[in-house]
Design a protein around this ligand. Structure first.
Ligand SMILES: N[C@@H](CCC[C@H](N)C(=O)O)C(=O)O
Length: 269
């Protein structure tokens, strides 16, 4: 069984081509694939399915849970389809649990995702490292609590899961901590973000989280339109927010391909 390993700003994924939708991708198999000691190691798995001539990204978190959307994963998924010869370089559509997304691959290796609307649904408080930090709840297909703070984000301990209000986020939430580096840079704003991802832990980037961060920063100013670069631990992406949609542009890198050991895979069923 073929696998490909890739990352988008160091948010890393195991890609499993399963065009005919045959794989039994159990929680145990996802957890083992993502385990950095006993597996390949990744923040998540992207299963590549083609159904009725349409691409579908079946995304799983490292703990085996299913999520609606993954922004960095979508860029890597698109890059894989082009690299494998399944799609020509350019614009095409990928289905996700959060709906169809239009992606555009660029010759320099970067990819732009049309992410759909980033809906600011209210406010809430994250309990991080002994501090209560206010932020906006943002729905990017998956749930986020994006918190702009004056405290340097580098100073927080994210080895411990942040607390959140389960009434507002009954299915869990991804939590972003954001510093504004420049409110009026040439590309709009310049933000720095760290993230604690639902189903994973702290990761070096979260694409949907960067979109939520820019939406939250704008909401704090009463704005629904704008753009910003977002520095994450694994690099930088560029986000635009409009009232009805948003875009995410960033790198997508394929680093390895190989074969899974069949007896290892079968024993995990
Ligand atoms: N890393 C992803 C988000 C993956 C899903 C998230 N952990 C969730 O459970 O919603 C991204 O790049 O958006």
């Amino acid at each position: 069984m073929e696998f490909v390993k890739g990352h988008g700003t160091e948010n890393d994924f195991v890609i499993l081509p399963d065009l005919d939708d045959q794989l039994d991708l159990t929680v145990a198999r996802v957890q083992a694939l993502c385990d950095r000691q006993r597996g390949l190691g990744a923040d998540g798995v992207l299963r590549v399915v083609r159904s009725d001539g349409k691409w579908f990204m079946d995304y799983r978190n490292a703990d085996g849970s299913i999520a609606e959307m993954c922004g960095n994963g979508l860029r890597v998924f698109a890059r894989y389809l082009v690299d494998a010869g399944h799609q020509p370089q350019g614009t095409f559509v990928v289905g996700t649990r959060a709906g169809d997304k239009t992606v555009t691959t660029h010759p320099d290796g970067s990819v732009t995702n049309d992410m759909g609307p980033a809906r600011v649904t209210g406010t809430s408080i994250a309990a991080v490292d002994g501090h209560g930090i206010g932020g906006f709840a943002v729905d990017v297909g998956n749930p986020h609590l994006a918190c702009v703070t004056d405290a340097p984000v580098d100073g927080f301990d994210l080895t411990v899961p942040p607390g959140f209000d389960p009434v507002i986020f009954p299915h869990g939430v991804n939590i972003e901590l954001i510093n504004v580096l420049d409110a009026d840079s040439p590309r709009g704003g310049a933000l720095k973000m760290r993230v604690y991802e639902r189903g994973v832990g702290e990761t070096r980037s979260c694409g949907t989280g960067t979109v939520a961060s820019v939406a939250s920063w704008l909401a704090g100013q009463g704005r629904t339109t704008g753009s910003a670069t977002v520095d994450v631990l694994g690099g930088q992406v560029f986000v635009t927010i409009e009232p009805t949609t948003s875009t995410l542009t960033g790198p997508a890198v394929l680093v390895a391909r190989g074969e899974l050991d069949k007896s290892w895979w079968d024993a995990l069923a």
